[in-house]
Design a protein around this ligand. Structure first.
Ligand code: HEC
Ligand code: HEC
Length: 310
C-alpha cells in the first residue's frame, strides 16, 4: 500500500515536472498564444504585435478549421468543399474593389469577414467585435509573402448611380446591349438574347477585343492556363445570373464592384477603365435585373428564347 502511494506521488511529481518544463519551453521558443513580439510591415503599414497576436487567436478559433492553421487550406474538410476555402498564402482575392493582382483594402477584407460569401462555406462573422475583425484582417496578411513586399491597392472608382428609378428601364436596355455587344460578357456568362438578336449586335459591334487589350491573367494556377472548368481552386465557371448564387451578394454596389474591378484569379478582367460611369451602371442594372428574376417563369422564358447552351 505504501509502495503504491509512493508510486502515485512519484507520478504526480513527474506530471508537475513536465507541466513546468512545458511552460518554460513554450515561453522560451514562443509557441505560446503570442507569436508576435514586434510590429510587422504589411501592405505598406506597420501593424502592432498586439493586434497580430489578437488576430492570431481569432484566426485559430474561427478560421483555421477551414483555411488551415498555416492558411494553406489543405485539410480534408477543405478538400471536400466546392469552392474550397481560399489558400490565404496565395494573396489572391476575388470579391474585392481592387483589380487583381493588387492587394485589397482593409474595407474589402472587413466586408468579406462580416458578410461572408453567399453559396460557399465562408460564413458571415457577425458576432465578432470590430477589434477582433480588424485584428484577424491584419493577421491573415502575415500568411502571404505578397503583403510583405507590396502595398495595398487602390479601389476602382465607385461612381454614383446616374440612373434615377424612373430611368431604370433605359439602363437595363442599354446594359443588355453592352452585355451582348461591345462588352461581350457572353460567351463566358450565358447569353440572354436570341441568336438572331445577337447576330444584329455582332454586326453592329464586330468582334470586340476589349478584354484582350493589355491585360494579363494574374495567377499561375493550372500552370498559368486560364480554364473554365469547375475546379476546386480559384477557377469557377462564370455564373448564370438567372439561377446561380452571387458570392459577393446581389446588391447593386456588389455587382458594380465585380464588374468594375473584375474577379481576381479568374478570367474575369476589370473594366473600370474601359467604360463610362453610365455604361458601368447600365451593365450593373442589367445584371441586377436578371439576378432578381432568378427562378421565376420569366427567367425560364428568357432561357428558352436565348437558346444558349454552355
Ligand atoms: C466553414 C469554412 C470557412 C470558415 C470557418 C472561414 N472561411 Fe474564409 N472562405 C471559405 C471559403 C469556402 C472561401 C472561398 C469562396 C470562394 O472562393 O468563392 C473563403 C474565402 C475567404 C477569403 C477570400 C475572399 C476573396 O474575396 O477572395 C478570405 C479573405 C477569407 N475567406 C477569410 C476568412 C477569415 C478571416 C475567417 C475567420 C474569421 C474565415 N475566412 C473563415 C470558407 C471558410
Ligand atoms: C473571360 C470570361 C468572363 C468575362 C468576359 C466576364 N466574366 Fe463575369 N465572371 C467570370 C467568372 C469565371 C466568374 C466567377 C468567379 C467565381 O465565382 O469564382 C465571373 C463572375 C461574375 C459575377 C459574379 C460575382 C459574384 O458575386 O459571384 C458578375 C456579376 C459578373 N461576372 C459579371 C460580368 C459582366 C457584367 C461581364 C461583362 C462586362 C462579365 N462578367 C464578363 C468570367 C467572365
Amino acid at each position: 500500500m505504501t509502495e503504491l502511494a509512493c508510486f502515485s506521488r512519484y507520478l504526480l511529481q513527474l506530471c508537475y515536472f513536465f507541466t513546468v518544463l512545458g511552460a518554460v519551453v513554450s515561453s522560451v521558443v514562443g509557441c505560446s498564444n503570442k507569436p508576435f513580439r514586434s510590429p510587422v510591415y504589411l501592405g505598406g503599414k506597420m501593424i502592432d504585435a498586439e493586434v497580430l497576436n489578437t488576430g492570431h487567436s481569432v484566426f485559430r478559433r474561427f478560421c483555421a478549421g477551414c483555411h488551415g492553421i498555416d492558411g494553406k487550406a489543405d485539410t480534408d474538410a477543405a478538400r471536400s468543399s466546392v469552392p474550397s476555402p481560399r489558400d490565404l498564402t496565395l494573396g489572391i482575392y476575388k470579391f474585392v474593389s481592387v483589380p487583381a493582382p493588387s492587394l485589397p483594402t482593409d474595407n474589402d477584407l472587413t466586408r468579406i469577414v462580416r458578410r461572408g460569401l453567399q453559396g460557399t462555406a465562408m460564413p458571415a462573422f457577425t458576432g465578432l467585435t470590430d477589434n477582433e475583425v480588424n485584428a484577424v484582417v491584419q493577421y491573415i496578411k502575415t500568411l502571404s509573402n505578397r503583403w510583405r513586399t507590396n502595398e495595398a491597392g487602390v479601389a476602382v472608382p465607385h461612381y454614383p448611380d446616374p440612373f434615377p428609378p424612373e430611368q431604370r428601364d433605359v439602363a437595363i436596355a442599354r446594359g443588355e446591349e453592352l452585355y451582348h455587344g461591345v462588352a461581350r460578357c457572353w460567351p463566358c456568362h450565358p447569353a440572354y438574347l436570341s441568336p438572331a438578336e445577337r447576330a444584329v449586335l455582332h454586326e453592329q459591334y464586330g468582334k470586340s477585343t476589349l478584354y484582350t487589350d493589355g491585360y494579363e491573367l494574374p495567377v499561375t494556377l493550372n500552370g498559368g492556363r486560364p480554364t473554365s472548368d469547375r475546379t476546386k481552386f480559384l477557377q469557377m465557371l462564370p455564373p448564370d445570373f438567372l439561377s446561380d448564387t452571387f458570392r459577393a451578394g446581389k446588391r447593386d454596389e456588389d455587382i458594380y464592384r465585380s464588374i468594375a474591378a473584375g474577379i481576381g484569379g479568374t478570367q474575369m478582367y476589370p473594366v473600370y477603365d474601359k467604360f463610362s460611369a453610365d455604361d458601368l451602371w447600365a451593365l450593373t442594372h442589367y445584371v441586377s435585373y436578371l439576378a432578381h428574376l432568378a427562378d421565376t417563369p420569366k427567367a425560364e422564358a428568357i432561357r428558352r428564347h436565348s437558346e444558349f447552351r454552355r
